[in-house]
Design a binder for this molecule. Structure first.
Ligand code: SF4
Length: 383
């Protein structure tokens, strides 16, 4: 996509409307994609951030991503993580392995685990229920946000149950939140092309609707760079905005945040394809999309910078493009115990530094955006 260097008069009007807190139409948002300059988009998104989340604080969450199994039947073309059933590198974590990871998280003041995995046909609903009950009994201080709409859809199909019944049973066993993984682009033309066996748009939104009706914490996500058009992106954003309106009106509970990032192609079938140059998105496109998300999704309060995919430096810049939150520490897997703890400490220090260097104050939060910890300002002159 070729970005405008100067903002057109039409786009200037749309930006003024968004800054005033008025809802953007799809044609107005389309105009911003093609006719607004990057810096004008950033200024408007920053103003909306300040209107909805005023002040100089930037929040983040100390958590750990636990990928409990890499076995998956779904063969998404952008996935480097999964292995088919029976593959020599396939795994499902034991309770001891999971406990070790949570102990490391506790050692650095973490408050949440985010558990996600593949669509593993060997794991039935009883396995998930036992796991959640054990987590609640063993680690009552750690919040469990787990699975994704597509994992819930897979489990419902496997058990011949509705997604609502699956979610209700998992909630009874301790599930606190359903993260928004697997959203990618919520348009079935794209989903058919890059993940033909995966849950479609309506299924993803239906799972989220049930989760929100049950009071679970949820987030919305979006991945750009699948060679989608601006209209595909706008369809995704429109479906999210409409969904959010309905969930807030009916349940008083909607997406707590919106997180977007660019597709990561390394070691994936898409990355190895002869069409690779069509895929992916650069830093400028990420920032433009982040800002338009902030302006268009006027009913979602928190917008996250995605440092694990964009890097800490671009995540820092994202704070000037509508983001008010630095996401979570997402301590990586496959590290030995001591190194894992130390790495998380370093990660928190780096996040603090990037936030402070941008002129903001870091604040640790939980998954409902409640403050866990504020910090003393750093003395001036520390290098
Ligand atoms: S469903 Fe998830 S784990 Fe399975 S292939 Fe797709 S992205 Fe990978």
């Amino acid at each position: 996509m070729v970005a405008a260097v100067e903002t057109s008069s039409r786009a200037t009007e749309a930006l003024a409307k968004a800054r005033a807190g008025e809802r953007l139409s799809v044609p107005e948002a389309r105009c911003l994609y093609t006719e607004a300059s990057l810096l004008d988009l950033g200024a408007a998104a920053r103003a909306r951030r300040q209107a909805l989340v005023p002040g100089r604080e930037v929040t983040y969450l100390v958590d750990r991503n636990i990928n409990y199994t890499n076995v998956c039947l779904t063969d998404c073309l952008f996935c480097a993580f999964y292995r088919p059933p029976g593959h020599p590198e396939s795994y499902t974590l034991t309770r001891d392995q999971i406990a070790g990871k949570i102990e490391e998280l506790r050692a650095v003041g973490g408050t949440r685990i985010l558990m996600q995995g593949g669509h593993n046909p060997a794991l039935r609903i009883g396995w998930y229920e036992d796991l959640l009950r054990w987590l609640r009994a063993t680690f009552p201080d750690i919040e469990v946000d787990a699975f994704s709409p597509s994992e819930i859809g897979h489990l419902a199909d496997l058990e011949g149950m509705t997604m609502r019944d699956v979610l209700a049973r998992l909630k009874d066993c301790g599930l606190a939140g359903l993260p928004g993984g697997g959203g990618e682009i919520l348009h079935d033309e794209i989903r058919h092309r890059v993940s033909p066996k995966k849950q479609k748009t309506d299924g993803w939104l239906e799972a989220m609707r049930h989760a929100q009706s049950l009071g679970l914490v949820t987030s919305s996500t979006m991945v750009i760079g699948f060679s989608e058009t601006v209209d595909h992106r706008l369809s995704h954003l429109s479906r999210l905005r409409d969904h959010q309106d309905r969930s807030l009106a009916e349940f008083g509970n909607g997406f707590g945040s919106f997180i977007s990032w660019t597709v990561q192609l390394e070691n994936t079938p898409l990355g190895a394809s002869r069409h690779r140059p069509r895929y992916g998105a650069g830093g400028q496109e990420y920032l433009r999309h982040l800002a338009i998300g902030r302006l268009f999704l006027d009913n979602t309060r928190h917008h996250q910078a995605s440092w694990p995919t964009q890097g800490l430096k671009l995540a820092q810049v994202a704070l000037e493009f509508g983001a008010d939150d630095f996401g979570s520490t997402m301590l990586e897997e496959n590290v030995v115990s001591a190194a894992g703890t130390e790495r998380c400490r370093v990660m928190v220090e780096e996040i603090h530094r990037e936030i402070r260097d941008a002129g903001y104050e870091p604040v640790q939060r939980d998954s409902r955006y409640r403050v866990v910890r504020r910090f003393e300002p750093e003395p001036a002159g520390v290098a």
